[in-house]
Structure formats: structure tokens, C-alpha cells
Design a protein around this ligand. Structure first.
Ligand SMILES: N[C@@H](CCC(=O)N[C@@H](CS)C(=O)NCC(=O)O)C(=O)O
Length: 240
């Protein structure tokens, strides 16, 4: 059994879960609340001193980094699948976009939306940077293709598709990238397991966004309502 430490709000965690669903691997989910500091507790630090999710554990084998987890699960459970092609050049194209997502697309999303939630500074040009990355994806990656690397759905689509959920959650949309938006709607959101895996995380991020944008008066009202309902505030419950 593969144990996955995860949190709903995290796009990399949801990428791993979508991949597992795609290839029929059962995961034992263990949810961590990052805002409550679950990932800094000694029992988790013992497993992953880097305190990040996703993290998988299989007996004494521990693996972090969502893209490494995805390729590991493919190699172990579905080595013949076209999701992660065997032909070296085809595989290289898929890997290129896993790295592109980590180093460029997800990084831009992190800088603009997620870093500020964790009290880290948002670079001044973060919004422009994300817009230009989306136009690059539209024109030079997707182009007229059906999927990220061509005519086949691969783990690069799962990885990038998970990152694109943040554009929906933070209501940024797809400025100047209509084909990318169509791709997200028709190829990613239409996946049969999409809502089950991504719905709660998208809603959570949306609620964080609206709490951040609330006026102090609204926040007070919301806070009182939350207290009455005996619930955590969105921030306290939020996960990156
Ligand atoms: N590159 C890593 C990123 C992992 C990461 O930063 N995860 C965030 C949630 S999206 C996290 O665990 N943050 C908590 C922390 O860094 O302490 C991956 O793709 O797995």
C-alpha cells in the first residue's frame, strides 16, 4: 500500500492523486493541515525533514517531489502506458514539461498567489510574469496540438493541468490564452475524476481568496459567523 501525505489545496498533491487514479493505484490518503502546522510536527519531520507534501511512504521507502512521485508510480505500476512513453525522445518531451511546470509555470503561480498566503513577498512583476508564461504555453507549447506534447494525453497534462486549477481557484483566468482555456476546460476539467480530486481544493483556495479580499468589517462579520458555527476560519484551515 502506498501512503500519500497530502493536502487538498496543493496542486502538486492533486497531480499525484489524478495520476494514481488514471493508472488504478490505490493510495492511503493522510491529510495534513499546513496552516495548522501539521507538516512541522516531529512525526512528519521524521518522515520528510523538508516538511513538504506530497510525500509518499511505502514501508521504509519515502519519496517527495510530486513529479518524481509521478514518474516512480508510472515506472512501478504502468511501465507500458502511453501516459509516460518509453521511446526516449517522446519521454524527454514529457519530462521537459514536468520540469517546465516546476521551474516556470508552477513557480509563477506560487510567486503570485501562494507565497503571499504564507507571508512571503510577492515579486513586483509576478502578475506580468504569469501572464507571459500563459501566452507562451498558448503559442509555443499547446499551439494547435490537442495535448501538451502532441496528440496523446500524458503525465505532463496531469502535472500542468493540476497547476492550471490555481488559475481557476484564484479567479485569474486565462488572459490572452483562449486555446489554453479551452484545453483546460475540455481536456483537464472533463477528466472523470477531476471534480472528486480537485473540487475541494479549488473551493478551499477560493474561500481563502475571498477572505483575503474581504473588508475589515466583512471579515469581522465572517469571523463571528465562523465562531458561531464552531468552524475554523478559512485561513486557519487553508492549505497551500
Ligand atoms: N516541488 C515540490 C513542492 C512541494 C511543496 O512546496 N509543497 C507545498 C504544498 S503545495 C508544501 O508542502 N509547503 C509546506 C512547506 O514548504 O513547509 C513538489 O512538487 O512536490
Amino acid at each position: 500500500m502506498t501512503v500519500l501525505y497530502h493536502t487538498d489545496g496543493s496542486a502538486p498533491c492533486r497531480a499525484v492523486r489524478m495520476l494514481a487514479k488514471e493508472i488504478g493505484v490505490e493510495l492511503e490518503l493522510r491529510s495534513l493541515d499546513l496552516f495548522a502546522g501539521d507538516n512541522m510536527k516531529p512525526e512528519f519531520l521524521e518522515i520528510n525533514p523538508q516538511h513538504t507534501v506530497p510525500t509518499i511512504v511505502e514501508d521504509d521507502f519515502v519519496l517527495t517531489e510530486s513529479r518524481a512521485i509521478m514518474t516512480y508510480l508510472m515506472n512501478k505500476h504502468a511501465p507500458e502506458s502511453s501516459l509516460y512513453p518509453q521511446e526516449p525522445r517522446d519521454r524527454a518531451q514529457v519530462e521537459k514539461y514536468l520540469y517546465y511546470d516546476m521551474g516556470v509555470l508552477y513557480k509563477s503561480v506560487l510567486d503570485l498567489f501562494l507565497a503571499p498566503l504564507f507571508g512571503r513577498p510577492c515579486p513586483e512583476d509576478a502578475e506580468e510574469r504569469l501572464k507571459s508564461v500563459l501566452v507562451f504555453l498558448e503559442e509555443h507549447v499547446l499551439g494547435d496540438k490537442e495535448y501538451i506534447t502532441g496528440e496523446n494525453f500524458t503525465i505532463a497534462d496531469i502535472c500542468i493541468g493540476a497547476t492550471l486549477t490555481c488559475l481557476e481557484a484564484f479567479e485569474f483566468g486565462f488572459p490572452d490564452a483562449p486555446r489554453l482555456e479551452k484545453y483546460y476546460t475540455e481536456k483537464i476539467k472533463a477528466l472523470p475524476y477531476f471534480d472528486e480530486i480537485n473540487g475541494p481544493g479549488i473551493e478551499l483556495l477560493k474561500s481563502i481568496k475571498s477572505t483575503e479580499e474581504a473588508t475589515p468589517e466583512e471579515e469581522q462579520e465572517g469571523g463571528a459567523a465562523d465562531e458561531e458555527a464552531g468552524e475554523n476560519t478559512a485561513e486557519a484551515d487553508a492549505n497551500e
